[in-house]
Design a protein around this ligand. Structure first.
Ligand SMILES: O=C(O)CCC(=O)C(=O)O
Length: 258
């Protein structure tokens, strides 16, 4: 699968594009099962598991233990199944259409937004959140369940990525404080399970709480084009990027800087 010319145009003009049906049902089922096992601590202990803060603070014990977990991360580093998903040609070919050819894998997380308890994600841009400057990185946000306004789908402000990192003179936090960000022009990103959102590192985005009885799981991968790394980026890329120097690993996992 590759992006159509209008999707590539949308990505550059709006900061995002949606690809329907990127992940076929069989693979999606495997991803969902592996995410649940990761959330329950049944995979490698290197995978980071984060409990939903309100559930933790109030010591709530949901009937379904999966509804305790907000996020898992570092799944690619610690699990061969998630590594194989990162090499899926359908994901890589869309990424190449956006970023160019010389790609490396650059990071992962899975936001699991539990039923009833899943909290909102404040508005932010990923560039200052993760790396402090805009690296040649793009994100694919895979909807493992359908994503709707009721279960806390992402919201984005089309086109605002073109302003780069937004200046915030009164704060050094990477996310916007309540009421600080003007989200008048925000649009909800409603997706079916298996659809994917590709988005720019400077696109402001956030998500609402999950008030529905169903989880809203997403698998999020980031890739970088190493041909577009400039000298001022090298230390950041070394800190956040490369997974392995092994010559037998898939080329996208080799050292980030060739
Ligand atoms: O999935 C969400 O609710 C938030 C995800 C997010 O903020 C991100 O991918 O940077």
């Amino acid at each position: 699968m590759t992006l159509r010319p209008d999707q590539i145009r949308d990505y550059h003009a709006d900061g995002f594009t949606i690809v329907e049906g990127l992940i076929p049902p069989g693979l999606l089922k495997d991803i969902a099962e592996h995410l649940d096992r990761a959330a329950l601590g049944q995979l490698d202990s290197g995978i980071a598991v984060q409990v939903e803060p309100e559930v933790q603070r109030l010591d709530i014990r949901p009937e379904n233990p999966l509804n305790r977990i907000r996020k898992v991360s570092r799944v690619v580093r610690h699990d061969s199944f998630f590594r194989s998903v990162a090499t899926c040609e359908s994901i890589l070919s869309c990424m190449r259409d956006i970023l160019g050819d010389n790609l490396r894998f650059f990071g992962d997380e899975a936001q699991l937004k539990p039923a009833f308890y899943g909290s909102a994600h404040a508005w932010h841009q990923d560039a200052p959140y993760f790396y402090s400057i805009p690296l040649p990185v793009a994100t694919v946000w895979i909807a493992v369940d359908e994503a709707t306004p009721e279960n806390g789908c992402l919201q984005v402000v089309p086109g605002l990525h073109r302003q780069g990192i937004l200046k915030r003179p009164n704060s050094d936090q990477p996310w916007f404080d309540e009421g600080e960000f003007d989200s008048t022009d925000a649009v909800p990103v409603v997706l079916n399970a298996g659809d994917a959102l590709f988005f720019h590192l400077c696109l402001p985005h956030g998500s609402g709480p999950n008030t529905s009885p169903n989880r809203r799981r997403s698998l999020i991968y980031r890739y970088i084009n190493v041909d577009r790394i400039t000298t001022d980026m090298i230390s950041l890329v070394e800190r956040h990027g490369c997974l392995s120097n092994a010559s037998d690993s898939h080329p996208i996992f080799r050292m980030a800087i060739p």
